[in-house]
Ligand binder design. Structure first.
Ligand SMILES: Nc1ncnc2c1ncn2[C@@H]1O[C@H](COP(=O)(O)OP(=O)(O)OP(=O)(O)O)[C@@H](O)[C@H]1O
Ligand SMILES: [Mg+2]
Length: 510
């Protein structure tokens, strides 16, 4: 299987050097995996290093989401944790506290003197060290959890959880769960159980610099005591995904909320207001990317995004007026994100114009490409794309050179058919990826070791849009429509009797 390698790794220079797609090395630089969108990629690199906003415009399946996510993986790791702290003067106005990574770690360490026991990562159970990021899940090498890539095999260290099978960066994301609304479960801590003196007890393993801290039941109780002294809640943890997808988000998901408490925050019975505060996507993407696909569909919420972009701070308040959360507000919660929006050309007029001008004035707008010239360099890129789709899918075999040639041929045809471009290759790659997977499925079912040309031919026959299948069978799309109507009026239709007989046929009631 092709492995993920450093960009310095040699790539084949010519298509004819490629025996199968296994010969193609896949870059560990996420932006290098985006093909044919050179200008967008160049600007995405600038946007990442200069922290600029970004708007991607173009048809579906051309890599807009992919570029946005790759951009987020080029940002430095978040260095700030956001917490909400109990305000004894006025519990309904909890205070916000921002802690640096060093402070968070120092705090953990100083708490460590109070409870728990430090052990060397090599003494902890293997699955624990892997999940905490000390041990590479691929090659077993130990290294500091601050390094997300293994120094030996250069893969993402944390177990390769593929949160979404079609994520083009599933391998790079490692333990980070992709595109979730709300927060991520941090991997600072692993909870397990162990048997001691015949009794089952909870043990917590916690990251603490180069060492692992072990907290047994007693230590955990002690910690709970300490936490009562300084009541606070981490709403945006330091260990988080730098990519937040806010497409289709509700107001609450986007801006945060204060949850309802049936006891109205009663000091003894209820949950304290600070403890009910939930961050929105704008806060969770602090120091990362807030990505909104189909931007115009966000409607009036665009205005809030604009304010958040300008102020870099946005209050969290209870958003349901009927809820006990409505009286609670936390001011000045940081939300310094890079905004990346995407939409297609028709939707452009529906983007709030001050938001457009904000992106224009403080970032880049880019129209993505739909085709690229048909030359050796780009055919090689298409081969790279096929290899990526196969490796990311993980369920299909590699493709032979002949299969590759057929896929490239199809890319040429589609450039002509859809975009009416000669001597070009299509960049509507989601659909082309579908062809690769369909051919791969056929090969897999046949138990073939490789995707061969015949599998691609087969897939081309089978994986056609249903409109084309209708045209083939009925001569035209409309022919298909009318055939459908006429069958439903024939006696054989189960509804026919009801529609055409029952109401006229008085005998039915006799
Ligand atoms: N330029 C590209 N380079 C490599 N792979 C691509 C590219 N464009 C698309 N793909 C493949 O197609 C998949 C879908 O692309 P993506 O989700 O980025 O499209 P999109 O432009 O965001 O589409 P939509 O408008 O429907 O959201 C990607 O996950 C990737 O596998
Ligand atoms: Mg998309």
């Amino acid at each position: 299987m092709a492995t993920v390698d450093t960009p310095a790794e040699k790539h084949p220079k010519l298509l004819e050097d490629i025996e199968t797609t296994e010969d193609i090395r896949i870059s560990s630089d996420p932006l290098r995996r985006v093909i044919g969108q050179d200008e967008a990629v160049r600007l995405a690199r600038i946007a990442a290093s200069q922290r600029r906003h970004f708007l991607l415009v173009g048809p579906p399946g051309t890599g807009k989401s992919m570029i946005a996510q790759a951009l987020s993986l080029h940002l430095a790791r978040p260095t700030e944790e956001i917490r909400v702290v109990h305000n004894p003067e006025n519990p309904e106005r909890p205070l916000v506290e921002v802690k640096s990574m060093d402070e968070v770690e120092r705090e953990l360490e100083s708490r460590g003197f109070a409870e728990g026991e430090f052990i060397d990562p090599k003494e902890a159970p293997v699955n624990v060290t892997e999940r905490l990021g000390y041990r590479c899940a691929n090659c077993g090498t130990y290294s500091s959890p601050r390094e997300s890539f293994c120094p030996k095999c250069s893969r993402a260290k944390v177990a390769q959880i593929r949160s979404s099978p079609n994520n083009p960066f599933g391998d790079l994301l490692g333990g980070l769960v992709e595109v979730t609304m709300g927060q991520l479960a941090g991997r600072e801590r692993v909870t397990t159980t162990r048997k001691r003196f015949g009794k089952e007890e909870v043990v917590v393993f916690e990251r603490s610099g180069e060492m692992i801290k072990v907290l047994d039941q007693q230590a955990l109780e002690k910690r709970r005591e300490l936490e009562k002294e300084s009541p606070k809640k981490v709403i945006v943890p330091i260990n988080r995904n730098p990519f937040m997808l806010a497409t289709g988000a509700s107001e609450v998901e986007l801006l945060g909320d204060v949850r309802h408490d049936p006891y109205g925050g009663h000091p003894q019975l209820g949950t304290a207001p600070y403890d009910r505060v939930v961050a929105g996507a704008i806060h969770s993407s602090h120091q990362g990317v807030l990505f909104v696909d189909e931007l115009p569909h966000l409607g009036h919420l665009q205005r809030f995004i604009l304010t958040a972009m300008q102020e870099k701070r946005f209050p969290i308040a209870g958003r349901n007026p009927q809820s006990a959360g409505a009286s609670v507000r936390v001011d000045n919660v940081p939300c310094d994100f890079i905004f990346v929006g995407a939409c297609n050309i028709q939707d452009l007029p529906h983007i709030l114009s001050p938001l457009r001008s904000r992106i224009n004035g403080g970032g880049y707008e880019i129209l993505v490409e739909t085709v690229m010239p048909d030359n050796e360099e780009n055919r090689l890129k298409l081969a790279q794309f096929v290899a990526q789709e196969i490796v990311m899918d993980a369920r299909i075999p590699h493709a032979s050179r002949d299969a590759l040639a057929l896929i490239i041929e199809e890319a040429r045809k589609r450039a002509k058919l859809i975009d009416n471009k000669d001597k070009s290759l299509t960049l509507r790659l989601r659909e082309l990826g579908g062809l690769v997977r369909a051919a791969g499925d056929i090969a897999t079912i046949e138990q073939a070791g490789l995707i061969e040309a015949r599998h691609v031919r087969d897939a081309l026959k089978r994986a056609r849009p249903v409109e084309d299948q209708i045209k083939d069978r009925y001569g035209s799309y409309m022919g298909g429509v009318s055939s459908d109507v006429s069958t439903s009026t024939k006696e054989s239709s189960p509804y026919h009797y009801w529609n055409y007989h029952v109401h006229d046929d008085k005998r039915g009631y006799q």
